[in-house]
Design a protein around this ligand. Structure first.
Ligand code: NFS
Ligand code: SF4
Length: 628
């Protein structure tokens, strides 16, 4: 049995882990322990299964053993191919999410269910869609069509690339990494890394960069922007977080996964008076919908639905014994949920044809019949209330924070201090002023998942606190955002962790020092913000005193994000090494050489305190180069 004290800094997680052990439930930590030692070849990226002559592995630890695959592929080729394929898979996941949102917008137009017309008109303008004489639903359909064509258009570059600073766009053109159609970039990674195709690691990574950029400036950005159009652009609001948001007396529904189409419908269905009546008839006080992982971020930002927990808390939510249904769509859903759910009364309900789990109930979601299906799903949960068994234990652990800082919300906040002729509104000027004056040294995005290779939550939280005390503003998304809100870093009270400069900025703007920008696809909001700041200052993103960190990352999506951030000119610190260390050339290329090519690079640093030091040095260097 593992010592949970060392593995997480989150109190609710510790308590429920203990309950899991008492009830003989295996969790992610137990399976990680059973997996030790993990395969060294895989860990270093030195195993290839790209053709059936393999598997091949390169032996690095001794002079004996193969130094090339059966086809002659070197460590550089094998490592870079594996890395590129992971990036392509991550880009595919984000982008397919974006496509689904575009499809939802396309089909929703008839019912004129556009929540943010202003954003719709803005995108239409950017994309050259005429708006005169057309109603919102027609424009929405045309925007959706254009978004859908971004995935497979025959000619031309991705439309959102134009949002990047000119210098960056020119650099991408010069290097031949400006992506064209999203699907094509992903397909080309798969093609060029097929057996006997591309063997040049630099060229393989070049194609991976194209696929990654087609995620950040393509699929993810489409996902974010069109979700805002459909469901509303987030604005600041208070929410509660951690597993203590479950309610013993209510029917508890955990919505888990990524795409807001499903969760939006569930939130609406749970307000249905007939279902509420039914819940009462079953003996419950009401229906309590809470969100997990990125879906948790999406519905928290738009509806104030509590954020129940992060990636590593999904099994523990069920272990409370108080969850009537866990409703999932796509991505980051542990297949173990079905096994854990079997030990309790919880119904695991899958909803996407892309993600079924043996042992779960499958009720396929279809946006066009969204509310009806959602009601059916909620009814399953309600009728399951009476089936509770065993000990119900909801840890009394929750915190509160302010979330929902979309780019548009940030601009509105900045406008609060620009209400004069000298300061035009609607710009990032106050932010730039604060950075230039040195009150604010810079900004860092802390993003990503949980990983048993790092202590749960504590890397995110330690890094954030280390940065705050250095007057560095933190923005966060995904499971990093869950960590930060649970630790109280999204409350105004968190100013106590800040240096004097940052504390003043937060007070003046009335914001917490860690800003919640949303789910992982919403990292595209960070790209938009950085582009605005760079454009305002007349520089490139790579010139800004900013950085990104993923201290506990695990998913292929995170690898895609990391690479598009690097390719956008950002210094990216990873707390867990990607599987590239088997090739010194590839490792050096990603962690050193790329900087002179793209202005961004990876850094691998497990220790969050050291990571903060490195980031601070990077930020001060950038300030010096800018002469500020
Ligand atoms: Ni991001 Fe969201 Fe969490 Fe990691 Fe998974 S939920 S898309 S991948 S685990 S941050
Ligand atoms: Fe081995 Fe080459 Fe086939 Fe990979 S592609 S499995 S290295 S023979």
């Amino acid at each position: 049995m593992i010592n949970c004290e060392l593995f997480t800094c989150d109190a609710a997680t510790k308590k429920l882990y203990d309950k899991a052990k008492k009830e003989r439930i295996d969790t992610v930590w137990d399976r990680a322990l059973a997996m030790q030692p993990q395969c060294g070849f895989g860990e270093m990226g030195l195993c290839c299964t790209n053709c059936s002559m393999g598997p091949c592995r390169i032996v690095k630890v001794s002079d004996d053993g193969p130094k090339a695959g059966i086809c002659g592929a070197t460590e550089d080729t094998i490592v870079s191919r594996n890395f590129a394929r992971a990036v392509a898979a991550g880009s595919a996941a984000h982008s397919d999410h974006g496509r689904d949102i575009a499809l939802a917008l396309y089909h929703a137009t008839g019912k004129s269910s556009v929540k943010d017309e202003e954003k719709l008109f803005k995108i239409a303008g950017e994309w050259g869609i005429k708006v005169e004489g057309k109603d919102a639903s027609r424009i929405a359909r045309e925007v959706a069509e254009k978004a859908l064509s971004e995935f497979g258009k025959i000619f031309g570059k991705l439309l959102f690339l134009k949002r990047a600073p000119h210098k960056r766009q020119n650099l991408w053109d010069e290097l031949g990494v400006a992506p064209e159609a999203i699907d094509r970039e992903i397909v080309e990674v798969l093609h060029s890394t097929h057996m006997g195709c591309d063997a040049d690691y630099r060229n393989i990574i070049r194609q991976a960069i194209r696929a990654a950029l087609s995620d950040g400036w393509g699929g993810s950005m489409i996902g974010t922007e069109l979700s805002d159009v459909l469901f509303g652009t987030p604005a600041p609001r208070k929410v509660e977080a951690n597993l203590g948001v479950l309610k013993k007396e209510c029917v508890n529904i955990v919505v888990h996964g990524h795409e807001p189409t499903l969760s939006e419908a569930i939130v609406m269905a749970a307000k249905d008076s007939e279902l509420l009546e039914l819940a009462k008839k079953q003996g419950a006080e009401g229906i309590n919908v809470v969100g997990m992982c990125c879906t948790g971020n999406e519905i928290a930002m738009r509806h104030g639905i509590p954020m129940a927990g992060d990636f590593f808390q999904q099994e523990l939510a069920i272990v409370t014994g108080a969850v009537e249904a866990m409703i999932v769509d796509v991505q980051c859903i542990m297949p173990s949920l079905a096994t854990v759910a079997k030990c309790y009364h919880t119904k695991l309900i899958t909803t996407s044809p892309k993600a079924k789990v043996p042992g779960a109930i499958h009720i396929e979601f279809d946006e066009q019949k969204g509310l009806d299906i959602a009601k059916r799903i909620v009814k399953e949960a309600v009728m399951n209330f009476k089936n509770r068994k065993g000990e119900i234990y909801i840890p009394d652990v929750k915190s509160e924070g302010e979330i929902g800082y979309s780019f548009e919300a940030i601009i509105k906040i900045l406008d609060r201090v620009t209400n004069s002729f000298a300061h035009p509104s609607g710009t990032v000027k106050p932010l730039v002023d604060a950075i230039k004056s040195g009150v604010l040294r810079g900004a860092v995005a802390i993003v990503g998942c949980n990983n048993h290779k790092q202590p749960h939550n504590s890397c995110h939280v330690t890094l954030a606190k280390e940065l705050l005390r250095r007057d560095i503003l933190v923005v966060t998304t995904g499971c990093g955002a869950h960590s930060c809100i649970k630790a109280g870093l999204m409350s105004k009270d968190a100013r106590k962790y800040c240096g004097k400069g940052l504390a003043t900025v937060c007070e003046l703007l009335d914001i917490p020092p860690v800003l919640h920008l949303g789910s992982c696809v919403d990292i595209s909001r960070i790209l938009v913000l950085l582009s605005e700041v760079a454009n305002y200052m007349g520089v490139d993103i790579s010139d800004l005193p900013v950085a990104a960190a993923a201290p506990e990352w695990m998913s292929e999506k995170a690898q895609s994000i990391g690479l598009y951030a690097v390719a956008s000119g950002i210094y990216v610190v990873l707390g867990v090494s990607p599987a590239v260390t088997g090739s010194e050339n590839v490792t050096n290329y990603l962690t050193k050489d790329l900087e002179s090519v793209l202005g961004g690079r990876f850094e691998i640093e497990k220790d969050p305190v050291k990571a903060a030091e490195k980031i601070a040095v990077h930020i001060e260097n950038k300030r010096k180069q800018l002469g500020i």
